[in-house]
Design a protein around this ligand. Structure first.
Ligand SMILES: Cc1ncc(COP(=O)(O)O)c(C=O)c1O
Length: 410
């Protein structure tokens, strides 16, 4: 027999137990038409009947009134809307958003390579990608060759009968070395080798590799896509249906799907991508020109400068030159340390692509995991600093550098 307390907590007017009621779905009062795509914060989706569930599980055709969503690791409406937007921005066939840029990169490499294959990767590459290729791919029996991407002939010369994939990153982190996208895409097509490009530093506002014939584009959407330094995400964009078919299954199994609440934030960030990029481009170009004329700066690496060895290529394949600058300071490690630790408007932090300006010492931080020899090969000497130029008033940024550089005795 129930006690009074038990009755009060378990009996409800519509006969269902309180414990059941708290778990029940409450329908939205419709019709609703929100301007912004809501966050579909759900792991799973209600199925109409077993036939519907079976069709989704076995990728069979659905009836017109059947929802295409089964489980959020596979697909989710918030992510789906974001993916379709990115596909349009990149001029691709389809997009998969991932839980980080590294999830995008590892998913692509592990999906399109197998034991016995050979991959050619630029040695001008993000440190994490370098580590992944060195530590992980080798464990799975994939042979890796490293080349300098500044000349596509270096890829051609490294091709072997078992080469399955060629990988570039343009502009490269942090050296700002470019890859000729058209020549790279054409070489891949000529030799039947998949071409993959990390386009993080440019964003689709400045560069769309698929339009130049590249097969797969990856992004750390943590950076310019998100734009506010408040999320970690990635994106894989493929150029055609065949590639989409080979990736879809593996994307689900590797499990790097993006959480829908982060997909919402990412979508929100993209709405100001054009405005932000225009400001990043203008601020960085002005700052690069200022730094180039400064006697304490040895070298500035920025594709928008006439002194950049690939400036003509940059003009051909980029609409703007982005917010990232590499620079070498006279006085090496110690002068670099003083600068990054004493700037007031720039913040000492890794990552990039947000509205706030950041600076970091690449040789000891983001690329510190490379051996000295690999760093030298990648063109990152001790005094190498990486600036992510934000959206502030450019005069404040210049003044910040001017003041702190004047305090350094070289
Ligand atoms: C060019 C580039 N690609 C990929 C990544 C990895 O992205 P995430 O940190 O979002 O995994 C980074 C991170 O800094 C990067 O700079």
């Amino acid at each position: 027999m129930q006690t009074d307390t038990e009755k009060a907590t378990t009996t409800t007017p519509n006969k269902l137990g309180f414990d059941t009621l708290v778990t029940k779905k409450v329908e939205v009062r419709g019709p609703v038409s929100p301007l912004c795509t809501p966050i579909y914060q759900t792991s799973t989706f209600v199925l109409k009947d077993t036939r519907h569930g079976a069709s989704l599980c076995s990728h069979q055709e659905l009836k017109q009134d059947e929802s295409p969503y089964l489980y959020s690791r596979w697909s989710n409406p918030t992510n789906d809307v974001l993916e379709r937007l990115i596909t349009t921005l990149e001029g691709g066939y389809s997009t998969y958003v991932t839980s980080s840029g590294m999830a995008a990169i590892s998913t692509v490499l592990l999906s399109f390579l197998k034991a016995g294959d050979h991959v050619i990767i630029t040695n001008n590459v993000y440190g994490g990608t370098h580590e992944f290729a060195t530590d992980i791919l080798s464990r799975y029996g994939v042979e890796v060759s490293w080349v300098d991407q500044n000349d596509v002939a270096n890829y051609r010369n490294a091709i072997k009968p078992n080469t399955k994939l060629m990988y570039g990153e343009t502009p490269a982190n942090p050296t700002m070395v470019l890859l000729d996208l058209q020549a790279f895409g054409a070489l891949g097509k000529e030799r039947g080798i998949l071409t993959v490009v990390d386009s993080t530093f440019a964003s689709p506002y400045n560069q769309r590799p698929i339009e130049f014939g590249v097969d797969v584009v990856v992004h750390s959407a943590t950076k310019y896509y998100g734009g506010h330094s408040d999320l970690i995400a990635g994106a894989i964009i493929v150029a055609n249906e065949t590639l989409d078919k080979s990736l879809a299954h593996q994307f689900r199994l590797f499990g790097g799907a993006l959480a829908p609440n982060i997909a919402f934030l990412l979508h929100r960030g993209i709405k100001t991508l054009a405005l932000r990029m225009e400001r990043h481009n203008n601020n960085a170009l002005q700052l690069a020109r200022y730094l180039e004329s400064h006697p304490k700066i040895k070298k500035v690496h920025y594709p928008g400068l006439e002194s950049h060895p690939q400036h003509e290529l940059a003009k051909k394949q980029m609409r703007g030159f982005g917010g990232m600058i590499g620079m070498e300071i006279h006085g090496g490690l110690e002068a670099g340390r003083y600068l990054v630790e004493n700037l007031k408007v720039f913040t000492l932090a890794v990552s990039l692509g947000g509205v706030e300006s950041l600076i970091e010492q690449a040789s000891t931080m983001t690329h510190g995991m490379l051996t000295a020899k690999d760093r030298e090969k990648a063109g990152i000497p001790d005094g190498f600093l990486r600036l992510s130029v934000g959206c502030e008033d450019v005069n404040d940024l210049i003044q910040d550098l001017e003041t702190t550089l004047s305090e350094i005795n070289i």
